[in-house]
Structure formats: C-alpha cells, structure tokens
Design a protein around this ligand. Structure first.
Ligand code: TXA
Ligand code: MG
Length: 335
C-alpha cells in the first residue's frame, strides 16, 4: 500500500477523518508520542492495527477522544475520582474506566475496562475533531521498538503498512501518557509518565500507588512485553558513576564493539564516544526515543546512564517515567 503523507491543512485533515471513518489506519501526532489511529467502533480496522504493528492481541489499546461527551460514549461508569481527573483534561493522561458494551473486545483485549485519553496537542485535537468518532491508537511504532516522536520516525516503521501519516510537529513530552486505573478499588498508576503522581494525588486528595512489578495481575497488560528497545544491545546505569561507565565502555571496546555512552555530561569522557542524554528531565524525556533510534544506526552498543536524584536537573517525578522506559529499553540489563 502507498502511504499518504498529509499536512495540517483543512483538505488533508478532512481526508484523514474520512480515511478513519472508512476503516483505514492514520498515524497522528500527540504531545506524548505519535499514535496509530483507527475508528474505535470498527473491529476490522482495530484488527489491522495489530497486524501493522506486529502487536500481540492481548495488549489493549487507548481510545482517544476529542471531548467529554465521547468519554460517555465508551465508559459505562464515571466515578467521582474519574470526574475529578476529567476536569484536568485534555492532558498527557490516560484513565482506565469500566467499558460500555459498544466498545469491541478487540480494543480492550477482552477486558471489561477501557483506557481513555484526551490529548492536549492542538494537532491531535484537530485530527480527532475531524475523525468524528473515538480513535483507538497505540504508539505508531513496530511492536517492541522505541515509540516515534517525529513523523519521520513513524515513516521508518510504518511506510507502506498504513493508509496515511499526518506530518505534524515533533512531540513535546516524548514519553507516553501516564496510565491511571480508576476502574475499581483505589487509584493505581499502571504506567508512569509526565502527568506525575504528585499532581494526581493533589487532584484526588489521596495517595496513589505506582504499580511497577511487571508480574502483578493488576498491571497494564502492555508493560509485560519487550518495549522501546533499540536494534543494538543496551545497558543502563542509574548512578552516573564516571569510573564505572569508563571501565564498562573500555571493556566493550576490547570485546570488539563500537559502543556509545548516552550520559548527563558527555564532555567528561574525553575521546570516548559520548552523547548527551538531555539538558534536564523534560529534555531527556522529549529526546529519548529519537536518540535511541539515532544511536542504533551509528553504534553497536549503547551504554545509557540516568540518575534520577531529587533536586537535580535530572530528578523530579517525570524521572520515574524516564527510568521506567530506560529499564525496558535495556531489557532490564542494569550495570
Ligand atoms: O501517550 C500515549 O499513551 C500514546 C499516545 C498515542 O496516546 N499511546 C500509547 O499506546 O502509548 P500504547 O498502546 O503504546 O500503550 C497503551 C498502554 C499499554 O501499556 C496498555 O497495556 C495500557 O495502555 N492499557 C490499555 N487499555 C488498558 C486497560 N483496559 N487496562 C489496563 N491497561 C490498559
Ligand atoms: Mg507503545
């Protein structure tokens, strides 16, 4: 199939909406990462998302809505906690609620809950308004790969596999939305992101648990799978220990690799290949996936370091989400 490259003008936005209503797949920008969208009520279209991505079908999708009334089209019950969170939408936040029967099982992988997100980016909102239906969308990468944060990264993975890509801006946040389960019992964060635990606790007026154990039953099914991984091996250090990183790098060179350090202070490492992880925590998040996609084309071993210490440029609560993504990208290989 020949993928169309669409712009943010009214003709192309109309076409993107039409394609969605005809059951085609359209990739679109949000403030977190690019999504791969299909009409949430069209089973055949949803199934083609799993095919295009090579995604396991027991990993449910997020339904993207344009306004509050679309939330009522897909959720069966909206608790008081959910109402409080909805007041703070649009946001880089996804809430999990009991689902209506009208939402096909293939969207939710058979769960009786549905994940709902109202993205904040103007481009995402324009696309969703034109679609006129709720849009189910995972990140627009091949399953297991780093999520795409530019349309060029979407092209790398999806060219020829989907009907169209809406070529918008680079994503501002860079890591996926916070997933907050409000479907039953106490609120739980299933996936940390830029909408931080601190802010959620302030809105709800109570503590929220962050579920990070991938074996936990209440966990988001998606966090079980290999995720965000570059094509070359990667290890992660969480201490920013200069001596350790140098020794590890030199060892890899002796083993015949062409390694690269992805670190806070690249200038420290002299002649060793070293690239900046980002200037501060927000910059790290914004550039993370694109840096991994770039480094895998130039080097054959990535040694990443991220130190999430409070009161540093790199600390803060978005750091929890960054560490979560880095651990997965490194396949749990912490040095
Ligand atoms: O920022 C984002 O959330 C991006 C953009 C495109 O919106 N989307 C995204 O989708 O990251 P995806 O498919 O890559 O991740 C969806 C996550 C997975 O971890 C999945 O398991 C979880 O949401 N999820 C979806 N439905 C769920 C449900 N009913 N219960 C629990 N977790 C659910
Ligand atoms: Mg994803």
């Amino acid at each position: 199939m020949q993928t169309k490259y669409l712009q943010f003008n009214s003709d192309d936005l109309n076409l993107a909406g039409e394609l969605i209503r005809q059951g085609e797949l359209v990739a679109f920008p949000t403030e977190t990462v690019y999504g791969l969208g299909a009409n949430a009520f069209d089973e055949a279209a949803i199934k083609s998302i799993y095919v295009a991505k090579g995604r396991p079908s027991d990993n449910p999708l997020i339904v993207h809505v344009w306004n509050e009334s679309q939330i009522y089209d897909v959720a069966r019950e909206i608790s008081d906690d959910a109402k409080k969170m909805i007041e703070h939408m649009p946001a880089c936040l996804t809430i999990v609620l009991p689902k209506k029967d009208t939402v096909p099982d293939c969207v939710t992988a058979g769960l009786d809950t549905v994940a709902i997100r109202m993205p904040r980016s103007v481009e995402a909102r324009e696309f969703l308004r034109n679609a006129q239906v709720p849009v189910a969308a995972p990140s627009a990468n091949l399953s297991g790969r780093p999520s795409p944060t530019t349309w060029q990264c979407v092209k790398e993975d999806m060219d020829g596999r989907i009907a169209a890509i809406l070529c918008g801006e680079a994503c501002d946040v860079g890591i996926e939305s916070t997933v907050l389960d409000l479907s039953h019992g106490e609120p739980k964060i299933l996936r940390p992101g830029a909408f931080t635990p601190e802010v959620i606790e302030r809105i709800l007026g109570k503590p929220v648990e962050i579920i990070t154990n991938p074996k936990s039953k209440v966990n988001s099914p998606g966090v079980r799978y290999k995720h965000y991984a570059p094509k070359v091996p990667m290890v992660l250090d969480l201490t920013d220990d200069y001596e350790k990183l140098c020794a590890y790098y030199d060892q890899k060179v002796r083993e015949g690799y062409n390694p690269v350090l992805l670190v806070h202070h690249p200038f420290r490492y002299g002649k060793r290949h070293a690239v900046s992880m980002g200037m501060d925590a927000n910059d790290v998040a914004r550039g993370l996936y694109e840096r991994l996609r770039y480094l895998e084309t130039r080097y054959d071993f990535i040694i990443a370091s991220f130190c999430n210490e409070e009161n540093t440029l790199y600390g803060g609560e978005i750091g929890i989400g960054i560490v979560d993504r880095l651990k997965k990208a490194a396949g749990g290989n912490i040095i």
